[in-house]
Design a protein around this ligand. Structure first.
Ligand code: SAM
Length: 278
């Protein structure tokens, strides 16, 4: 294995600092620094960007990001046991690593950063989807970040990138693809982590588009999509009836089959419905 920095191997770091993985914090650590550098490269050119990393843990991905030339990494970690290990990394990259000891669901990292900003993380599974939805639904678009490069359970990654007609297609696919390009850029087996999770993982790379793919009011679109997929096995004329008792006629006027089910509708068709309710 080639050496990406002068720091000790991650296994030694974990032993030295007593970082036994805690399930409650979604801790599955990456131990292979060549792999973490590879994930960092999937985020594109890092030299001209500030990076937010959620959940650095013992710092494998953090080291990958810094070794690959990130201008600055702001790492938010809830488990204070990891702080001494992260301090040792900061000492090797003076002025380029800032660590916030806190909960990513509560911390506002923006005050510390200069655009362009990329978010890169091997997310804790228990908060990953919630953070993604927050990043995808800011008050204004374009958002504060230019790209998201995120590790999820493979099943979640597939829901983010799913196309109409598939089981995985739903609210997450529409939220993500309406205003981003989203693709799976790496798939990892359970053994890549310690401890090994039960399922495969995948890295999704999302690039924020300057404007939505199709015009629509964000709140209205979210409402229509949530309603349609809450009863995904029902026909639209039933699942969307609460929006309008005359939904059948409305859908027909829009050229959408009232007997179709949510998972058959394209993103463009959802936007068409949302615009009609605006
Ligand atoms: N980045 C490391 C790696 O790739 O080896 C660790 C990834 S591990 C899947 C998730 C990390 O997120 C853990 O270090 C955990 O302590 C941290 N974490 C869990 N919940 C968090 C939260 N709400 N805010 C910040 N960090 C959190």
């Amino acid at each position: 294995m080639s050496q990406i920095d002068p720091l000790p191997p991650l296994r030694d770091v974990i032993t030295k600092h007593g970082l036994r993985a805690k399930k409650a914090l979604g801790q599955n650590f990456l131990l292979d620094l060549n792999l973490t550098a590879r994930i960092a490269r999937r985020a594109g050119d890092l030299a001209g960007s500030d990076i937010i990393e959620v959940g650095p843990g013992p710092g494998g991905l953090t080291r990958g990001l810094l070794a690959e030339g990130a201008r600055k990494v702001l790492a938010i970690e809830k488990d204070s046991r990891c702080l001494p290990a992260l301090e040792e990394i900061g000492a090797v990259y003076p002025g380029r690593l800032q660590v916030i000891d806190g909960d990513a669901l509560e911390v506002d990292p923006l005050a510390h950063l200069t655009p362009p900003i990329k978010i890169v993380a091997n997310l804790p599974y228990n908060v990953g989807t919630e953070l993604l939805v927050r990043w995808l639904t800011p008050q204004d678009w374009p958002p504060f970040w230019s790209t998201l490069t995120l590790m999820f359970q493979k099943e979640v990654a597939q829901r983010i990138t799913a196309q109409p007609g598939s089981k995985a297609y739903g609210r997450l696919a529409i939220l993500a693809q309406w205003r981003c390009d989203a693709k799976i850029v790496l798939t990892l087996p359970p053994e890549a982590f310690s401890p090994a999770p039960k399922v495969e993982s995948a890295v999704v790379h999302l690039t924020a588009l300057p404007e939505p793919r199709f015009p629509a009011d964000a709140k209205t679109l979210e409402r229509v999509v949530a309603m349609a997929f809450n009863q995904r096995r029902k026909m639209l004329r039933a699942s969307l009836r609460a929006l309008d008792p005359q939904i059948e006629a409305r859908l027909e006027r829009l050229g959408i089959k009232p007997t179709a089910r949510a998972e058959e509708l394209t993103l463009e068709q959802f936007c068409t419905i949302a615009r009609d309710f605006a």
